[in-house]
Design a protein around this ligand. Sequence first.
Ligand SMILES: [Zn+2]
Length: 255
Amino acid sequence: MTSTLPSSFSSAAAGAHRGQDVAPDAAPLPVSLRIRERLEVAGVPYLANDNIAEHLGEGELEQLEIEVAGKVRDLLRSLVIDIDRDHNTEETAERVARMYLHEVFKGRYHDQPKIASFPNVKKLDEIYTVGPISVRSACSHHLVPILGNCWIGIKPGERVIGLSKFSRVADWVFSRPHIQEEAVMILADEIERLCEPQGLAILVKAQHYCMKWRGVKEPQTSMVNSVVRGDFRHDPSLKAEFFELVKQQESLLSN
Ligand SMILES: [Zn+2]
């Protein structure tokens, strides 16, 4: 459209034309800005590994998908890729937006999967381990994959959850941009909240593609870290038993 009118006048006129009371220059705020303002007002943190699902309004995730796709399109253009002619990257922006919001970072934007816990009626108190559980995450620094395995050791407390539920909660926690040390702590917090075990141990072994694919390009290096809480922390023999069980589970894998 060509116009010689000042832009404030023309947007007010356009608003009046639609019968709306539009303030001059009032453009709708990007949905991400509306959400961030809401989080700021509420004093809610929204770091890369925080979940913000309960602060998203109806339809906002869909609006975010559109906004993110637009930004990825701009990113591709800034990388001087001819997305208008290149059939391979034509819809990359939409794919990447969907992938971030609903797959690889779904643990930020989607609610925790429903996980029912049950009273520990039999008063089970023997430790058990679950694993390996796949770790699929991304590093906060480069947004490239962190892939590996995780083992969880439990000394049951008042409540118990089904074995498969550990995979579900781990997948939800890991599906965010992370650093491995914090991911393990966040997962431990969630499991404690779900089943209040007397003891909890988590071990994560993962390869960081920011080291394999770029940077120092060390293809074999992995990072191993663990957290031990409750009885696993206070009782060294219990902690040793956990690491022994993990070793056995690992040797099953290589057979
Ligand atoms: Zn990195």
